[in-house]
Design a binder for this molecule. Structure first.
Ligand code: GLN
Length: 544
């Protein structure tokens, strides 16, 4: 069991998650089994109760875990499916320890941060490392070194380092900022020096420094960081601006990071083929075609709120040699009279609460009436049903009871078991479940199979009492949940591409396995723009 611990200094948002995911990928491509854990030092038990404006999207796992978006990076880079145990939060740790204390497991003891909390942190990390069977477990610590919240975690990792014998078994990678100050035009190392000093004070010496910078670090700057931070110069790695996050592993590889890690950790690499990944990056950077796709949301000022949609579009675009330019549209602006921009496709993603819903309905109507390729996800699916009921079936005031409890036509409503729920945490319909598709549908064609498994995160459902009338007017529900016959996916056959799903296909999209509905949307956008069917499988890039 070996560990790579990724910490962050100076400030957040330095691409720590991408650094962790990239290291995982580079090791994996050398035949070394890798898994990843994200530590989030906040007190929430999971990310499910947080507003996307705070931390970006809530990423949903197969087992229904509502986690930090970095788990999405790990799944995409490592092409794996993780469980909620891979996201450790202060809330989860304390809840466990307090429950144990109440049970009497610590009778006689004073329960303290050291050793009880730190032991529980280490237990969780070891459990995941063991059960995953990975040779190397990457542990990313959220937040910045020096934050009060992350102290118990860093202390636990310091102990872990000693317990596993340090050196080749546990390596610390510290990510920092190397700003280039325009007045002097120089790359400055002082923030890095200070954050390493802070790390040292808590007993951790970094083995590798990854410097986030606008351009590659100059040789002299690397030398200076190496000297001040007491690491060899080969262990100072630049993380410069790149046009796609998928290029970061290539940038690290070029600087010898993988070889350095393999040597330092005494790993036995088996193969080392980056060519498929290189081709994937090449396709993203040099597309043959370009389309514009609008995402109509309510957290559009923080693009991270919709990160999995963005990545799913990138994956589909790479396969179709198409650069997808996302046009962010704030739903409320549409309500205020703004018009839909000139785009080749529209996505209405998931969301909660009334704000912006009427604007989203306007976007759906526009897509339907103008035959613009359209994909609605979760709330987008529910609002598609509302729009159709109102504007095609003549049901005035139709709505979801989430937004209008007294609507005369509750086309989207709570199931009885959701009505009495008092606790909001982890009580939605969550995680992967099976959906049976109608063989005579576009969605079936896209998936190429009858039973699919997709992830969910919602409380409300399409009201089955309205299905007949909606279908009589042309809307088709072409997928139902296997266990209970709930409506899962719809399409409007009269349009070029008008599809919406209750499930979230974006969470399972991977670089070499784009989510079928995004592939369908981007293909349709190409057709919409160029007026012809672009051949999908020009070059095999199927990774699996
Ligand atoms: N608010 C809706 C529900 O709870 C949709 C949720 C979502 O889009 N993730 O059912």
């Amino acid at each position: 069991m070996k560990f790579v611990i990724v910490t962050g200094g100076v400030l957040s948002g330095l691409g720590k998650g991408i650094t962790a995911a990239s290291i995982g990928l580079l090791l994996k491509l050398r035949g070394i089994e890798t898994t990843a854990i994200k530590i989030d030092p906040y007190i929430n038990c999971d990310a499910g109760t947080m507003n996307p404006y705070q931390h970006g999207e809530v990423f949903v796992l197969d087992d229904g875990g509502e986690t930090d978006l970095d788990l999405g990076h790990y799944e995409r880079f490592l092409d794996c499916s993780l469980t909620s145990e891979h996201n450790i939060t202060t809330g989860k740790v304390y809840r466990e320890v307090i429950e144990r204390e109440r049970r009497g497991d610590y009778l006689g003891a004073t329960v303290q941060v050291i050793p009880h909390i730190t032991n529980e942190i280490k237990r969780r990390i070891r459990k995941v490392a063991k059960e995953s069977g990975a040779e190397v477990t990457i542990v990313e610590v959220g937040g910045t070194v020096g934050d009060i919240e992350s102290m118990p975690f860093l202390e636990a990792l310091r102990q872990l380092h000693r317990e596993v014998g340090g050196n080749e078994n546990c390596v610390f990678v510290h990510t920092t900022l190397v700003p280039k100050i325009s007045v002097v035009g120089e790359q400055k190392t002082k923030p890095t020096q200070h954050s390493v000093k802070e790390l040292r004070e808590i007993g951790i010496s970094p083995d590798i420094i990854v410097g986030r910078c606008e351009e590659e670090l100059l040789y002299d700057i690397k030398k200076k960081i190496a000297l001040f931070c007491d690491v060899p110069i080969d262990a100072v790695i630049s993380n410069p601006n790149v046009s796609t996050i998928y290029e970061v592993p290539l940038v690290f590889e070029r600087q010898g990071l993988t070889n350095y890690l393999i040597k330092k950790m005494k790993l036995q690499p088996k193969n080392g083929d980056l060519s498929l990944w290189r081709e994937f990056v090449e396709r993203i950077k040099n597309p043959k075609y370009r389309v514009r796709i609008a995402i109509v949301g309510k957290y559009t000022y923080l693009h991270d709120s919709y990160i999995s949609h963005k990545e799913a579009l990138t994956h589909a675009g790479a396969k179709l040699r198409t650069g997808v330019d996302i046009v962010w549209v704030e739903a409320e602006d549409l309500e205020g009279g703004a018009s839909i921009p000139d785009v080749h496709g529209i996505i209405v993603p998931g969301g909660f609460g009334k704000r912006g819903t009427e604007g989203k309905i306007m976007a759906i109507r526009y897509a339907r009436e103008n035959n613009v390729p359209f994909l609605g996800i979760c709330l987008g699916f529910q609002l598609t049903v509302v729009e159709y009921a109102r504007n095609v079936c003549g049901m005035e005031g139709a709505n979801s009871t989430e937004f209008d409890e007294n609507t005369p036509h509750p086309v989207v409503d709570l199931l009885p078991e959701q009505r009495d729920i008092k606790f909001m945490g982890a009580t939605m319909r969550l995680g992967a479940s099976d959906i049976v598709l109608d063989e005579n549908s576009l969605v079936y064609k896209l998936y190429g199979k009858k039973v699919i498994s997709e992830r969910h995160r919602h409380r409300y459902e399409v009201n089955n009492e309205y299905v007949d009338v909606l279908e009589r007017k042309g809307l088709r529900f072409v997928g139902r949940s296997k266990d209970r016959g709930l409506m899962e996916v719809l399409e409007l056959p009269s349009n070029i591409f008008f599809v919406a799903s209750q499930f979230h296909p974006e969470f399972k999209s991977r670089p070499f396995k784009p989510a079928p509905l995004y592939l369908g949307l981007v293909s349709a956008a190409l057709k919409f723009k160029y007026g012809e069917d672009i051949i999908v499988n020009e070059v095999g890039n199927d990774g699996d």
